[in-house]
Design a protein around this ligand. Structure first.
Ligand SMILES: *Cc1c(COP(=O)(O)O)cnc(C)c1O
Length: 497
């Protein structure tokens, strides 16, 4: 199996090389040359296996330059002993036909752990297979959750350093504290004046800057990415969708082969793209429902074929989805545009230069067959948190609530009663003020005080790793301007060691 770049399909790399590089030199994203298939029998067998075995079988289809033993070892180190009850992705049934896929029982309480606990293990093995002995510098822009999950995943991992940039005013207090208090010798965190798109765009340009890369190479280092542009994040995300389907079969909730919808709260289009690949692999997923918040650029694109970032940017109660430039959409476009790399280059150029592009009707038709899309605002988010709490005593976070609200509206509009998996992407305790306000109407200033109230109202305890933050001192408090990010990177990792 080889991976090719969306902007140069003649470039063909093994998974190890792909994971080391993160982003292709010309700015393209790597995609599998062919999407491997899970035969019916293989799928059926998965329901008898545990999570790590299932994940291994998915990885083995893509990472043919790894042995099965290596893949299983990576999965076991990532998922055993690091997730609550050693159950990385439990399904919780709500009502007749909705299943919450809770992906936030890992060390940082967001779904990013599912991929970022295993990516460093893939990367260390990849460096041994295909590296040139260079140290890897992980450069990451975060809308709030990736940063902490990446820091936790790469903390003190041999042969790596990690720098995380987060939008200074764009993350929750708890998210910021999680990053600022990160321990480890090889980690560094910096706030950026601007929003996530600013930070992500700057990181991408640092990545492809020849001078910076040359300087790094002189010091025996090279960049990689922990953002969802790295294939090493996409594959673990495919695995949990495959596993969720197997769980539904195993528990008798569905029969083998029964179609299921998937609804995903979406920002950078990474999580839902994994569901798309799982479907392409043969998992019987029906509609993929893309849920957005007020930054509804994807809702517009998936329903009209026009992608435009020439619009207002909103800071919402679901900050990890406050994104206008959804990087991973490029992968879907590549797949749906006959892998026409020249065409993808033209679309991305148009996005850079004019802030928009449109795809032809043939492509839009394919999109509409695969996807449904909707959005909701903070009001709809709060209303849905309250409804789930009142009706099922189920507490969900703001991002997940966006998905639930969009899903309920989808069901009303279409009458589609197909059983549906909803990706639940963060612990409600990561966004306690908004959650408390939703369930009780109480508006509290302090995250930790709000969390205490939620504990009393719900009986659900705040994860210890979040509770502890209230007593920790921030270690990284620097904030820089967007145009100073490159200098910050060079001063942090430009030296030898
Ligand atoms: C990152 C994130 C999202 C968005 O996921 P994408 O893969 O970027 O679409 C949604 N919810 C939470 C809690 C997140 O951290």
């Amino acid at each position: 199996m080889k991976f090719q770049s969306t902007r140069n399909k003649n470039l063909r790399l093994d998974s190890a090389e792909t994971i080391i590089k993160g982003l292709s030199d010309e700015g393209g994203l790597f995609v599998p040359e062919e999407v491997p298939h899970l035969e019916k029998e293989e799928l059926a067998e998965l329901s008898k296996l545990d999570y790590c075995e299932r994940a291994k079988r998915v990885f083995a289809k893509y990472m043919t330059d790894f042995s099965e033993e290596e893949l299983l070892e990576c999965a076991e180190k990532a998922y055993i002993g690091r997730f609550e009850d050693d159950t990385p992705a439990p399904l919780v049934k709500l009502g007749e036909s909705t299943y919450m896929l809770e992906l936030w029982h890992g060390p940082t309480c967001a779904f990013k752990d599912m991929a970022l606990q295993i990516l460093p293990r893939f990367l260390v093995k990849s460096a041994k297979k295909a590296g040139n002995g260079e140290k890897t510098v992980i450069l990451t822009a975060t809308s709030g959750d990736t940063g902490k999950a990446a820091l936790e995943g790469f903390c003190d991992v041999e042969g790596t350093e990690i720098i995380v940039f987060y939008p200074q005013n764009g993350v929750s207090k708890i998210q910021q504290l999680q990053m600022q208090t990160q321990k480890g010798k090889n980690v560094c965190v910096c706030g950026v004046e601007g929003n996530f798109d600013d930070a992500q765009t700057a990181v991408k340009s640092i990545f492809t800057d020849k001078d910076i890369r040359k300087k790094l190479a002189e010091n025996g280092k090279s960049f990689s990415s922990a953002n969802s542009i790295n294939v090493g994040r996409l594959l673990p995300q495919i695995a949990y969708y495959v596993s969720a389907y197997a769980d539904l079969v195993a528990s008798g909730e569905i029969t083998e082969g029964e179609a299921v919808n998937v609804c995903v709260p979406t920002g950078n289009f990474g999580n839902i793209l994994a569901a798309y690949y799982a479907k392409r692999m043969g998992v019987p997923f029906a509609k993929l429902i893309c849920a957005s918040n007020a930054n509804n650029v994807l809702t517009e694109f998936l329903s009209t074929g026009r992608y435009s970032i020439n619009r207002d940017f909103y800071m919402t109660e679901s900050p990890s989805m406050d994104i206008l430039v959804s990087s991973n959409l490029e992968r879907l476009l590549f797949e749906l545009c006959e892998k026409d790399d020249g065409y993808i280059c033209a679309l991305m150029k148009s996005l850079r230069e004019h802030g928009e592009y449109s795809v032809p009707d043939e492509v839009l038709d394919k999109i509409k067959e695969l996807f449904a899309a909707g959005y909701t605002d903070d009001k709809g988010t709060e209303k849905r948190i309250k409804m789930l709490f009142d009706e099922y005593s189920y507490l969900c976070d703001t991002h997940t609530a966006v998905a639930v609200d969009v899903y309920e509206k989808y069901k009303e509009e279409t009458g589609d009663e197909t059983k549906t998996i909803i990706a639940s992407t963060a612990s409600p305790y990561k966004f306690p003020r908004a959650v408390l306000k939703a369930i009780s109407g109480k508006d509290m200033e302090d995250d930790f005080a709000a969390a205490k109230e939620i504990e009393q109202l719900s009986g659900l305890t705040m994860p210890l790793q979040l509770k502890e933050l209230s007593e920790k001192q921030p270690r990284f408090t620097k904030v820089c301007k967007r145009e100073d990010m490159a200098d910050f990177v060079l001063s942090t990792v430009g030296g030898e060691n």
